[in-house]
Design a binder for this molecule. Structure first.
Ligand code: 5GP
Length: 176
């Protein structure tokens, strides 16, 4: 196993989540927003964020995949579990772990927009702008990271390392 190296320690993650929660509360308190957590990588982030937001809201889950077993996106996004409830008139906040090429979020926001929510916002814990292939508007951004393969804090490599409390990175052949 490759030893992951710490990129963002848990204290900094905590501060970032609290800041994002304040921004969301400022904009959406009193609207009973629907937070949509993108499985599986955003689960730990979502669990911390909803408790930091600490106001009435609902939580739902959506499962997409664009990665096989490697560290490069396949570019093809598949919906594995969609949203069954109506979004009409709802204020929706999508919780995403990492925006990388932007292809996943681009596909996802278009899918959710067709469901006619009153508002649709994107909250991303991490952004890798150097890898962007399509433009993405991030309403609530945690931290910008370099072009490294990230693991930990819910984010995996081949289903490993989700349990790490810090945000870490691993090297692979194509990644320096
Ligand atoms: P995109 O479609 O923007 O290229 O990729 C978005 C998805 O790819 C993210 O939701 C995340 O699941 C995955 N991803 C992007 N960068 C990384 C990374 O550095 N590590 C891991 N484990 N997943 C990543």
């Amino acid at each position: 196993m490759i030893a992951p190296r710490v990129l963002i320690p848990r204290d900094e993650i905590k501060k970032t989540v609290l800041r994002l929660a304040r921004e969301i509360r400022r904009d959406l308190s009193g609207t009973n927003p629907l937070f949509i957590c993108i499985l599986k990588g955003s689960v730990v982030f979502a669990a911390d964020l909803v408790r930091a937001v600490n106001m009435p809201l609902e939580l739902d889950f959506l499962c997409l995949s664009s990665y096989g077993c490697g560290t490069e996106t396949s570019g093809r996004v598949k919906m594995r579990l969609g949203i069954r409830q109506s979004l009409v008139g709802r204020h929706v906040v999508v919780l995403e772990d990492i925006v990388d090429t932007g292809l996943t979020v681009n596909y996802l926001m278009a899918y959710l927009k067709r469901k006619r929510p009153a508002g649709l916002r994107l909250c991303a814990l991490l952004d890798k702008p150097s890898r962007r292939r399509v433009p993405v508007d991030i309403d609530y951004l945690g931290l910008t990271v370099p072009d490294r393969f990230i693991v930990g804090y819910g984010i995996d490599w081949n289903q490993n390392y989700r349990y790490l409390p810090d945000i870490c990175y691993i090297e692979d052949e194509g990644n320096g």
